[in-house]
Design a protein around this ligand. Structure first.
Ligand code: ADP
Ligand code: MG
Length: 707
């Protein structure tokens, strides 16, 4: 390892070397075919079979040169993971007993994995069991190397026989289309005649924990559920903040180096890495990319972190809350809207004309977030994220928008002078807006507590869980903003005096939706009260968040823009309830297993030894108060453990016997989850009493501070 780390690498050469990217396509495809393919990539034109055949051949040759023996349609079903089925390139043996390597256009464009084992939330019952994967040619194919060899991975969407989306990518692509259509409509009104394509740009910051793999393997809770179900706090926590941005330890540095190299090969522009707030916690961020590519890349990042960690004798924990009492992990979804000619529509801009457009876009986004706060909250709902949202570390569960110093400035000037000029960072910012309503403004400096923050030229949605796909939140953001743009266009297209109509609309939206703007401390109790006064939803758990998917408002929104049918929404809600129940069932069973087979026997052994000690000391005629009290404490906690265990067992049995769906999920959330917490209390106290040698698993201290 030492020598390998010292090897010099050529990043420019390495970058994208395992990606069938545009450069490779230009080199390897006949000009005509390359052009045809680009019509599909750029304009969404249907790919004809002859072109597909040639592309497939070139892709296969390239992959085989890279050592690939198999290909896979790589997709993201609603399991929370990526899925793949490998097929070798080999043909049936020829008459002379030899084989050749083959990959057809048909195989490139369409796959047919058995859909019956993937969650469909009832779609399968009403429709067909068949599922198809379809090539998303806007996200490039890549060759992934691992211990199983090299595999050509083709990013695909996954649909049912009748075209219902069974995955994360399909609705994401649909929502991107909706946003493009409505954004083009809007910017045309502002005189833009040149931009032809609009895409959301997304940059995802990924947090994760790294622990020693040998210690991890001794923690059944981590193995089965991704988080510790028991564990007393170590003497040292994160109170010193000495880890955040601290010097990266050698072992971790070696791991990060290899992660970066693997990602660069796959065309993922890994850029930033640093230690995070909690001990053993780190962050990685690539440079932003087109929304669907960024979502794919985030999956690749998570897979790579796990694989490379194992190679270094480490374990990557992607769970949102691996350790109670220690900061959890999330991801920040940075989002903006970019045109094909390089304009970032969320950039406040320089000319008055552009600034009015910017203020229109901004107030549309305020409107979108205010109207659909429940959907945004739902998009970040995840079993593990229940431990973070609203728990004094991640953003609160209440959605609000932070506008930041720059915009506060713009608005403040507008409010106080009522007219057009404002100076910002040395330059003059001419907004051209004469009237703007009073914005609620709180005096703050930088704000890290806001779930939806404007950060210069992008919005940062900070609620997503570390393990979750970013597809969901981007589907929501793209669609709700498309709706706001569409509504604005409906009004503006009819206007006789466009300038006046725009000003009126900006004012109207800003007034109507100013309640969503909050620049203060999102962690404070006062905010919870204030938000309630403002009528903002405060949705505290996943189970309570799911119903947002199937309100009339949601069905109408997603239906109008062709992102989800009602059946798809209902199926997604079902899948979420089921997913929650399954996860809680596994956690409860794991707790029961660990408590009864490992912890209780260890405590019994410890008590027996303690009793022996008491007797021996007594025989020797000395004072037995201390060991006697210890024994009493231990056995009292042991009884408490036994009782809590029996209660949890009963609740878990009852929950498991219920029919799948909302009620079952609610029961897990309200009863089983509480019983799990009750069992944890005496066990964590016992951990503090029982001899470390006797305790059946590594402690928080071992895991967090000995990497
Ligand atoms: P921080 O949020 O820690 O200040 P940065 O602002 O540098 O960090 O960026 C965080 C992420 O946001 C990175 O992935 C970066 O590429 C991405 N990002 C930067 N500008 C944009 C943009 N205009 N649109 C979308 N993502 C962006
Ligand atoms: Mg950030």
């Amino acid at each position: 390892m030492e020598d390998k780390n010292k090897e010099k690498i050529n990043v420019v050469e390495l970058f994208g070397s395992n990606v069938f990217n545009d450069k490779i396509m230009q080199e390897r495809l006949p000009k005509k075919v390359y052009k045809e393919l680009h019509k599909t990539i750029d304009e969404g034109k249907e790919l004809d079979p002859i072109t597909a055949e040639v592309v497939a051949g070139a892709m296969k040759d390239w992959a085989v040169e890279k050592g690939a023996t198999h290909y896979t349609h790589w997709f993201q079903p609603l399991t929370g993971f990526t899925a793949e089925k490998h097929d070798a390139f080999i043909t049936a043996p020829h008459a002379d007993g030899t084989v050749s390597m083959d990959f057809s256009g048909k195989e490139l464009i369409k796959g047919e994995p058995d859909a019956s084992s993937f969650p469909s939330g009832g779609l399968r019952a009403t429709f067909e069991a068949r599922g198809y994967t379809a090539w998303d040619c806007t996200s490039p194919a890549f060759v992934r190397e691992d211990s199983a060899g090299a595999i050509l991975c083709i990013p695909t969407a996954f649909c049912s026989y009748t075209g219902e989306a069974l995955d994360q990518k399909t609705p994401l692509l649909r929502s991107m289309q909706a946003l493009q259509t409505q954004t083009l409509r809007l910017i045309r009104l502002f005189g833009n005649t040149t931009s032809r394509k609009v895409t959301p740009s997304v940059g995802v910051e990924q947090e994760y924990f790294i622990v020693d793999r040998q210690k991890y393997l001794k923690r059944k809770d981590l193995i089965f559920t991704g988080r510790t179900l028991f564990g007393a706090m170590p003497p040292k926590g994160q109170e010193l903040d000495d880890h955040y941005f601290g010097v990266i330890r050698q072992r971790i540095a070696g791991f990060m180096k290899e992660v970066n190299e693997e990602l660069w090969k796959l065309g993922v522009s890994a850029k930033t890495q640093h230690n995070e707030v909690a001990p053993a916690q780190h962050e990685l961020a690539p440079i932003y990319a087109e929304c669907n590519v960024a979502a794919d890349h985030n999956q690749i990042i998570m897979e790579t972190l796990k694989q490379v960690a194992e190679r270094h004798g480490l374990q990557c924990l992607l769970h949102e809350k691996p350790f109670a009492g220690v900061n959890g992990s999330g991801k920040h979804n940075n989002w903006s809207i970019t045109t094909d000619d390089g304009i970032n529509l969320l950039d406040p801009g320089k000319t008055p004309h552009e600034n009015v457009q910017f203020l229109m876009i901004l107030t549309c986004i305020l409107r979108a977030v205010d109207r659909h706060a429940d959907l945004l909250r739902e998009s970040a709902a995840d079993v593990g994220n229940d431990h973070r949202l609203g728990a004094n570390e991640a953003p609160p569960a209440i959605i609000s928008v932070f506008l930041g110093e720059q915009l506060e400035d713009v608005l403040e000037q507008l409010i106080s002078t009522g007219s057009a000029t404002h100076s910002l960072k040395g330059g003059k910012l001419h907004t051209g807006v004469k009237t703007l309503p009073d914005f609620a403004k709180d005096a703050t400096d930088r704000n890290r507590t806001s779930p939806f923050a404007f950060t210069g030229n992008k919005f940062e949605f900070r609620m997503v869980g570390s393990r979750d796909s970013v597809a969901e939140c981007n589907v929501v953001i793209n669609t709700i903003v498309a709706e706001a743009f569409s509504d604005a266009c409906d009004r503006l297209e009819k206007a006789e005096d466009f300038e006046l109509a725009v000003h009126d609309l900006i004012k109207e939206y800003a007034t109507e939706h100013q309640r969503i703007v909050f620049n203060g401390n999102g962690y404070s109790e006062e905010w919870v009260e204030e938000a309630k006064r403002r009528g903002l939803p405060n949705i505290n758990s996943m189970v309570e968040a799911i119903p947002a998917l199937v309100t009339d408002k949601a069905i109408q929104l997603f239906g109008k823009f062709g992102v989800f049918t009602e059946a798809e929404l209902r199926s997604r809600a079902e899948i979420q309830y089921e997913g929650y129940s399954k996860a809680l069932n596994i956690e409860a069973r794991a707790m029961i297993d660990i408590a009864s087979k490992h912890i209780i026997p260890a405590v019994m052994r410890f008590s027996r030894n303690l009793a022996g000690t008491v007797n021996e000391i007594k025989t020797a005629g000395a004072d037995v108060t201390v060991p006697m009290n210890m024994l009493k404490d231990t056995t009292a906690l042991l009884s408490q453990t036994k009782l809590a265990l029996a209660k949890l067992q009963e609740a878990a049995d009852q929950a498991a016997a219920m029919e799948n769906g909302r009620e079952q999920a609610e029961y897990y959330h309200e009863v089983v989850f509480k019983d799990m917490e009750e069992l944890r209390v005496p066990v964590d106290k016992l951990e503090m009493i029982v001899d470390k040698e006797e305790w059946p698993m590594p402690s928080y201290g071992d895991l967090l501070f000995e990497v």
